[in-house]
Design a protein around this ligand. Structure first.
Ligand code: UTP
Length: 298
């Protein structure tokens, strides 16, 4: 009888250097760059909470104090806002401080995503857990958040799940691409995997299903990460450890629903800013009018 465990904890690795977003990321973590007026990491924590996660561990580095401050209580700001009668704002900042139980651990050197996840080992212990990358913001207005979809899939198979979506053929070389088992002929969103390839050339890609920043993994991944040799870029790669996990356990991909924005990339970030502002009641009309005004001249 398999021991079914609930996914209660999530890890948000946020200790990368953010080189694609320099110079903004010289002193400001990319996870704190706002999409309209909300820092990216807040959208990610919100998705985790809406997916049923109770405890969140953010992997940080010495440059990321402002993230901890963002999710903390701010007595001084609260007092000043209260004194000037700005109660709506007080409520807003308090809500952020009470979103979830958030913990922090530092990754001392940026040795790769796999190494960042390994820093979560003692926090996670012996249970399945979720990973959400701050680079990928996913909005699914009509249905469940992306992570909840993965957790539901986990409940069905009791095995590790990587979140994927189909990308254009000429984009495969930017992502980890999964290879569904040829025996899995199901047309559904959940597919058993036999391989994963990091950034393949277009002609070598086993599919167009790209891994997009959402995972539910079993704790056995930590043993593998502990002795994982550095891979691409000299970094400890999570993909390499998941590939090894496949040799001892089933690993599935789940093609999640929702619009995904690569906010670690400048163009992805700009798209998110435009879409999110058009979706806001207070901004829609002025942003739409401005876009129409400049569009003829583009
Ligand atoms: P990325 O490679 O997208 O992040 O890693 P990066 O290194 O910050 O970005 P660029 O490429 O230099 O612009 C994916 C995720 O893994 C985290 C990052 O913070 C990001 O959320 N990460 C990466 C770590 O936490 N530690 C690392 O050593 C590397």
């Amino acid at each position: 009888m398999m021991n079914k465990k609930v996914v209660r904890k999530a890890v948000i690795p946020a200790a990368g250097l953010g080189t694609r977003f320099l110079p903004a990321t010289k002193a400001l973590p990319k996870e704190m760059l706002p999409i309209v007026d909300i820092p990216t990491v807040q959208y990610i924590v919100d998705e985790a909470v809406k997916s049923g996660i109770e405890e969140v561990l953010i992997i940080t580095n010495s440059n990321k104090h402002c993230m901890e401050n963002h999710f903390d209580k701010s007595y001084e700001l609260e007092d000043r806002l209260t004194a000037s009668g700005k109660m709506k704002e007080v409520e807003m900042i308090n809500r952020i401080a009470n979103m979830a139980n958030i913990y922090y651990v530092r990754q001392k050197e940026p040795r790769g995503l796999g190494h960042a996840i390994l820093c979560a080992k003692s926090f996670i212990g012996n249970e399945p857990f979720a990973i959400l990358l701050g680079d990928d913001v996913v909005i699914n207005k009509e249905g469940d958040p992306a992570l909840r979809q993965l957790i539901n899939a986990y409940k069905k198979v009791n095995a590790s799940i990587v979140g994927v979506q189909t990308v254009a053929e000429d984009q495969v070389s930017k992502y980890g691409i999964v290879a569904p088992s040829e025996y899995d002929t199901s047309q559904g969103r959940l597919k058993k995997l036999y391989d994963m390839v990091e950034k393949p050339r277009q002609e070598d890609a086993p599919s167009r299903l790209a891994v997009l920043g959402r995972y539910v993994l079993t704790p056995e991944i930590f043993d593998l990460l502990e002795n994982q040799t550095p891979g691409a870029g000299g970094e400890i790669q999570l993909t390499d450890a998941i590939k090894r996990l496949m040799t001892s356990q089933a690993v599935y991909s789940y093609d999640f629903e929702g619009t995904r924005y690569d906010v670690g990339d400048k163009f992805g970030f700009i798209k998110a800013t435009i879409d999110f502002s058009l979706d806001r009641e207070d901004l829609h009309d002025s942003v739409a009018a401005y876009i129409k005004e400049i569009a003829p001249g583009l």
